[in-house]
Ligand binder design. Structure first.
Ligand SMILES: *Cc1c(COP(=O)(O)O)cnc(C)c1O
Length: 401
């Protein structure tokens, strides 16, 4: 088998045969029951109600509210628009404090509406916003805090809620990675003024495209619901009027079918995560972004940290080596960080030492329910080989243009 490498010449990077015949992608969609999806789509077509708060969307909203343990859910066309709906529903202006270590959508959502994302460093212990640094970054122009439960690990929710309350501003959470996760036994979804889930195709539960605002605040939910449907039914004037942020019945059909599969997906993800940790955890220089196993988690992201000083091979070269083998590991969402990307980079230098150290070293490994244990073992064998010959791979790569 080409995934068993005996010497450097066997590596695809140096002309050997690829370990995988077809690319193994990190963000493959999770498995669903296709027959159920097609049944739902047929039902929607027979029902002749394809958007505008149809029955499948309402069912989807109920299911998501239940998973999040909240009383209100508004399904949207995607999570980026869901974040923007919150900006208008809460009347935010000026600056919004958020981590730079997040997907660009968190920053772009507020930037698109003319607000300024203000990037704050992480606490290296959680990889999420450091509440002390958030408190220090608040100015008279700050109108909200956006926390992000990065890679499914919950933020310091209580501390961030306290900083927000002390300053009389709301805190919202971008929970795009954190559906089904808990912190101290409490479900993600009910924290802050509202939280946002993403149901993008690459997320743990996909709706092709989709998002949701979840909250326990009935007035905020009403405003979001009105704003996502051209402002119809608004009880007070919102300058922005309204937009079209609705989820379609087709997306809800896919979303419901993904939610049906969610418990199986999580079981599969957990066993992938355990296998990666067992296979690679003991190797010096590799460490994993772990989850508290006392809590619920969706285990969608398997994030490995590469310490080049120990492995002799850099994160970037390891990614290149794996890609050559068709084992497409990626830098995870958040790497590069937002302040390293345009349009934020040109605003002037921002130095976020913990964020920068984190993003330079991380790899997202292939996981999800469509990745088999056999495939994971082969990925792990490649990584083990690369690290065992780290210095030799690095010096040979320098000599091979
Ligand atoms: C995927 C993602 C989003 C955007 O979600 P869409 O549904 O694609 O708009 C926002 N924030 C984070 C952290 C994400 O990973």
């Amino acid at each position: 088998m080409a995934s068993v490498k005996h010497d450097l010449d066997d590596l695809a990077l140096f002309g050997g045969r690829k370990a995988f015949l077809t690319p193994l992608h990190t963000n493959r969609p999770n498995l669903i029951d296709r027959a159920r999806l097609f049944d739902r789509l047929n039902w929607a077509l027979d029902n002749q109600w394809l958007s505008n708060g149809g029955p499948l969307v309402l069912e989807f909203e109920d299911r998501v509210a239940e998973i999040a343990g909240v009383s209100h859910c508004v399904a949207t066309c995607n999570a980026t628009v869901a974040l923007q709906l919150l900006v208008h529903a809460a009347g935010l202006t000026g600056e919004v404090i958020m981590p730079s270590l997040t997907f660009a959508a968190t920053a772009h959502a507020v930037r698109w509406l003319g607000l300024e994302p203000v990037f704050c460093d992480i606490d290296p212990a959680t990889s999420c916003l450091d509440p002390k640094l958030v408190a220090a970054a608040i100015t008279p122009r700050t109108s909200a805090i956006f926390g992000v439960h990065l890679w499914g690990r919950p933020c310091a929710v209580d501390e961030l809620e306290k900083v927000a309350a002390d300053n009389g501003i709301p805190v919202f959470f971008d929970a795009a990675h954190a559906i089904g996760c808990t912190t101290e036994g409490r479900l993600i979804g009910g924290f802050g003024a509202a939280e946002v889930f993403s149901f993008h195709a690459t997320k743990v539960t996909g709706a092709f495209e989709g998002g949701a605002v979840v909250t326990n605040d009935p007035e905020l939910a009403d405003r979001v619901r009105a704003l996502h449907n051209f402002g119809k039914g608004l009880k007070t004037v919102v300058d922005a009027g309204g937009t079209n942020g609705k989820m379609s019945e087709a997306a809800a059909a896919m979303g419901l079918t993904s939610l049906d599969a969610f418990p199986d997906t999580v079981r599969h993800n957990r066993s992938n995560y355990d296998l990666y940790l067992a296979e690679l955890g003991p190797i010096d220089g590799l460490s994993f972004f772990t989850h508290d196993t006392e809590e619920s988690n969706n285990f969608q992201y398997v994030i490995m940290n590469v310490d080049e000083r120990v492995t002799g091979i850099s994160r970037d070269l390891l990614l290149e080596l794996l890609k050559a083998e068709n084992a497409i590991a990626l830098t995870p969402i958040g790497s590069p960080a937002c302040h390293q990307l345009e349009p934020y980079r040109s605003r002037g230098p921002v130095h976020l030492p913990h964020t920068e150290a984190m993003v330079a070293r991380v790899i997202a490994l292939p996981s999800g329910s469509s990745v088999s244990r056999e495939e994971i073992r082969r990925v792990c064998a490649l990584i083990r080989f690369a690290v065992a010959h780290g210095a030799a791979v690095t010096s040979r790569r320098k000599d091979t243009p």
